[in-house]
Design a protein around this ligand. Structure first.
Ligand code: PLP
Length: 233
């Protein structure tokens, strides 16, 4: 893990780069949220990032989320789950995060709705789309995301707020831009249907290597790990 001072510098640098990418795209900087992807980093590093202005953290693994919640590591910020969620871990997440980005199946939607209802709360979710059609990745096909969106009225204890994607590893500059454009088009298509219990306010896409392209194509939330916390071991 890198020195805490470097985390603070990186937060300021990344926020400035996000703002610049928004302005270049003719968008308002405040319309792009910066999520710090905190996986493998300890509570001290998370706190340093929050101290430097991060207001939103994203965790990948449920165990790591639980550990850092127990340490009060996210105090002063909101936390989201951004990693794959297994059904047997769902109970540990519902009601503990502001948004689950990685909802990728109908059975998981049904389970989350039941768990949220049991707690008397409404859980915000995104549907994860496998926009590159990669067999190695989880996520819904675009047509499945459309179908599930149409059904959201059946899940009153959930609130579908948008879409999330992890496109293929960015090989060359700009190579993921077409995937981001497809995600934006899908969110516009779903939004136009005016399905019950669906808003498409959030488009979670773009990571350290490609966030400027994601912002140019309409991302409203970028998930940044290594550009803030340094390379992962
Ligand atoms: C790790 C991770 C990120 C951040 O990746 P970087 O390339 O380090 O910025 C974003 N989203 C998800 C789902 C991740 O697991």
């Amino acid at each position: 893990m890198i020195p805490l001072e470097q985390v603070r510098d990186n937060v300021r640098r990344v926020r400035a780069a996000v703002d610049e990418a928004a302005l270049r795209a003719g968008r308002r900087p405040e319309d792009v949220r910066l999520l710090a992807a905190t996986k493998t980093n300890d509570a001290a590093h998370v706190r340093a990032a929050i101290g430097a202005g991060i207001s939103l953290c994203g965790e990948n693994r449920v165990q790591e989320l639980a550990d850092k919640l127990a340490q009060n590591a996210y105090a002063g910020a909101e936390v989201h789950l951004i990693g794959h969620l297994q059904k047997n871990k769902a109970r540990q997440v519902v009601g503990r995060v502001g948004l689950i980005h990685s909802v990728d199946s109908r059975p998981l939607v049904q389970l989350l709705d039941r768990l949220a209802a049991g707690q008397g709360l409404r859980q915000k979710i995104l549907l994860e789309v496998n926009i590159g059609g990669e067999s190695s990745k989880s996520g819904l096909r675009p047509e499945e995301a459309m179908e599930l969106s149409a059904e959201m009225g059946n899940y009153p204890s959930l609130q579908l707020c948008g879409l999330m994607a992890i496109p293929p590893v960015c090989e060359t500059n700009g190579s993921n831009r077409r995937f981001f454009a497809k995600m934006y088009a899908l969110s516009v298509d779903i939004s136009a249907k005016k399905y019950d219990n669906v808003s498409m306010n959030c488009l979670s896409m773009g990571m350290s290597g490609d966030f400027a392209d994601a912002i140019a194509e309409g991302a409203t939330l970028v998930r940044i790990g290594s550009a803030i916390f340094g390379p992962r071991a």
